[in-house]
Design a protein around this ligand. Structure first.
Ligand code: T5A
Length: 221
């Protein structure tokens, strides 16, 4: 089972991913939590380049670095874990490239879909949860977190983009999800962490084999 989380900055992906992993582990599932960019050894170096606000990357360079990160991540981490029967929870994946580099940077979305398909060898997620909320509120969450963790100077290349950019990314995720309703489910990220976890569990429950409660003696299944 392969589940990805998507959405704009600060919307609560990492928080939900960790809550989801804890819940699934408590149900005795083997779970791997990973992220993009930076989910494999090569990716850690690429992540530094991609998020550094001082890096002057052309949009083509940016695109192919994200794809290189993903190709290696799939080969080294995601596919082997899925083959072992592990549930993989990934913070961002191919849909981020389609939305950020497509709706955000202006590349053709169909071309990006094809390039992603090559990079991942056809390994699309079983479910993608898109966390949606007002970009101003999401960015405020991210900045508050950075201040609380003493990382206020951490603002990266994407966080430093204009509100117009973040709004077009939000709209991009909603449009792309509407074209892929069999896989992508939009969640209300303005909900509490607990409420969001409940929304996510409902969204994936049809796919995860949760243990059934024992049937009391004398009752039929
Ligand atoms: N990118 C990435 C591309 O352009 N193309 C690609 O192909 C890929 C893969 C990566 C950047 O790269 C771009 C997109 C991104 O700009 P990143 O550093 O990995 O950036 O960070 P992001 O994925 O953007 O995510 P963030 O770490 O900023 O935010 P999260 O994970 O969405 O939010 P989280 O969980 O850290 O929460 C933020 C704060 O809000 C609180 C948390 O406690 C935390 O303080 N919070 C809540 N508060 C109230 N209610 C809730 N429900 C809450 N959930 C969390």
């Amino acid at each position: 089972m392969f589940i990805t989380l998507e959405g704009i900055e600060g919307v609560g992906k990492t928080t939900l991913l960790n809550n989801l992993a804890e819940m699934l582990r408590s149900l005795n599932h083997e779970v791997l939590v990973t992220r993009e960019p930076g989910g494999c050894t090569l990716g850690k170096t690429l992540r530094g380049l991609l998020l550094d606000s001082r890096a002057q990357l052309s949009r083509e360079t940016e695109l192919f670095l994200f794809l290189a990160d993903r190709a290696q991540h799939v080969a080294e981490v995601i596919r082997p874990a899925l083959q072992r029967g592990t549930i993989v929870l990934c913070d961002r994946y191919a849909d981020s490239t389609i939305v950020y580099q497509g709706y955000g940077r202006g590349f053709d979305v169909e071309t990006l879909h094809y390039l992603n398909d090559v990079a991942i060898g056809g390994l699309w997620p079983d479910r993608t949860l898109v966390l949606d909320m007002d970009p101003c509120k999401a960015l405020a969450r991210a900045r508050k977190r950075n201040t609380e963790q003493g990382l206020s100077d951490r603002e990266g290349r994407f966080e430093a983009e204009t509100i117009h950019f973040h709004t077009s990314i939000r709209e991009g995720f909603l449009s792309w999800a509407a074209r892929n309703t069999q896989r992508m489910i939009v969640l209300d990220a303005a909900d509490t962490p607990k409420g969001l976890l409940d929304q996510a569990l409902t969204a994936i429950s049809i796919q995860i084999p949760f243990p059934q409660p024992p049937i009391p003696k004398g009752e039929k299944a």
